[in-house]
Design a protein around this ligand. Sequence first.
Ligand SMILES: C[S@@+](CC[C@H](N)C(=O)[O-])C[C@H]1O[C@@H](n2cnc3c(N)ncnc32)[C@H](O)[C@@H]1O
Length: 246
Amino acid sequence: MDLDRNNAENSAIRGNGGACYRRPENNVAAQDMRGWWEARHTQPRFRPRYPNEEVVRWFFRSVRRDGSRPPRVLDLGAGSGRHSLFFAREGCETYACDISRTGLEALEELARQQGLIVANSICSTDDLSGYPDDFFDGLLCFGVLCYLDLASIQRTVAEMFRVLRPGGSLLCATRTINDSRILGAYPVSSSVWHVPSGDHEVAVDTDMDMAFFDRDEIERLFARFGSLEIGRMTVAFSTSPSISFS
Ligand SMILES: C[S@@+](CC[C@H](N)C(=O)[O-])C[C@H]1O[C@@H](n2cnc3c(N)ncnc32)[C@H](O)[C@@H]1O
């Protein structure tokens, strides 16, 4: 989703990428997933380096660069920071937050190697109290919301609205009900499904709760943002080592 914030209006949502987290017993808060994420971030396969092309497109199209000062951008749930590093390379004043210390340490090391500055903060997306109101020109939340329960998602959206300056833009990529993982999943609560382990196209992100959004839910969640643009991203998986694109 790609959202713009303009005074009382703004925002757009574009795309559906995704992510997930292991099912905690009794719906524990997202922060309790920290250990699970820490373990993931120790594995190189969970440290992608290449920024998603929708993020690149959104940045050049929607994040203000009028030359008076560098754009101020926050990468929520940054992980090892492929997008934070991209923003920093583009001259942004770049901030990254994540619940995983390991992820942010990887980001810090990569930033150091590349001579870039990224201000990291360990915090949950649903409590951005370390950042002032109306502070950011751009917010990115890529592949994070679908790991949260609905209450946490709602708090996250409220926090994103608070820290995004009027006229700023948010790009949020999450999973939708068109995601193949929903096949065989069962609903747990509004928008949240339990994805059992089993024979999935994708071997990761199973045996856990995951939020899948439909268009109405996206519109409800982001109603405060004036302009909302909803698009679709498709991720293809193959078991074959040779993939050809045409
Ligand atoms: C699938 S990864 C995506 C990472 C990054 N956005 C990217 O596109 O490469 C999801 C990230 O969200 C983080 N995360 C999960 N729940 C979070 C929360 N409640 N607050 C902040 N970060 C969270 C995880 O630690 C992980 O780094």
